[in-house]
Design a protein around this ligand. Structure first.
Ligand code: MG
Length: 215
């Protein structure tokens, strides 16, 4: 198969599903009381921002194994500390979070810093850019496999943060939950929406695209 590459580094290849066209959030929605309602997050100048307080957004489409490219910038006004500074997150299947946080000189617990598998594994190195600078995650997420309500294969995740490998096909212990707790898998659908977390901090996103992977 031939796939035309993107126009430049970070640009979506021809077989990618574009999750943000720079203009509107039609691919995303808030999930409220089981209903999808249009995203209220502000869009301006080719990026969008977490709508502090309006809740997380989910894709209208569901995904299993994917390659995801996402660019984000934490607030220039770097107030707050630890988990209260530039907190958002890329959450696969509504359960497995790769943390978004301002980790530039911002101390927090290791498995809660930017690019951590939240509450499970810190990234191997801290590659944080300064507040307000655009950063990238390139993530390969392999969904867990359940058979007869039993886990037969865990989820695996590979993460490049600003081009640097920080997780190399790391097995997840289970859904991400608070640090220092036991994480246990609970069977779920083979495909589910992606989530961007609203953690009440104004984090910006742009250039999001995803490719479905055939196992
Ligand atoms: Mg988060």
């Amino acid at each position: 198969p031939v796939v035309a590459p993107g126009a430049g580094p970070g640009a979506p290849p021809a077989d990618a599903i574009i999750l943000f066209n720079g203009k509107d959030l039609s691919q995303w929605a808030h999930s409220r009381k089981g209903q999808l309602v249009p995203s209220e997050w502000p869009v301006r100048d080719g990026y969008f921002e977490t709508g502090a307080g309006s809740g997380s957004v989910v894709t209208r489409e569901s995904f299993g194994d994917v390659q995801l490219h996402v660019e984000f910038a934490t607030p220039v006004d770097a107030t707050g500390f630890s988990q209260g500074r530039g907190n958002s997150g890329v959450i696969f299947m509504g359960r497995y979070e790769i943390q978004v946080l301002d980790s530039f000189g911002n101390v927090t617990y290791a498995d809660g810093q930017a690019a951590s598998i939240y509450g499970e594994h810190p990234p191997s190195v801290n590659v944080a850019r300064k507040p307000g600078e655009w950063q990238s995650y390139d993530i390969v997420f392999e969904a867990p496999v359940f058979r007869n309500n039993t886990l037969v294969r865990p989820a695996y995740v590979t993460v490049f943060w600003n081009g640097v490998l920080v997780h190399h096909r790391r097995a997840l212990m289970g859904p991400t939950s608070p640090t220092m707790t036991v994480h246990s898998y609970v069977p779920h659908e083979a495909e589910l929406p992606l989530t961007l977390q609203d953690h009440s901090n104004p984090v910006r996103y742009r250039n999001l695209w995803v490719r479905r992977l055939n196992r």
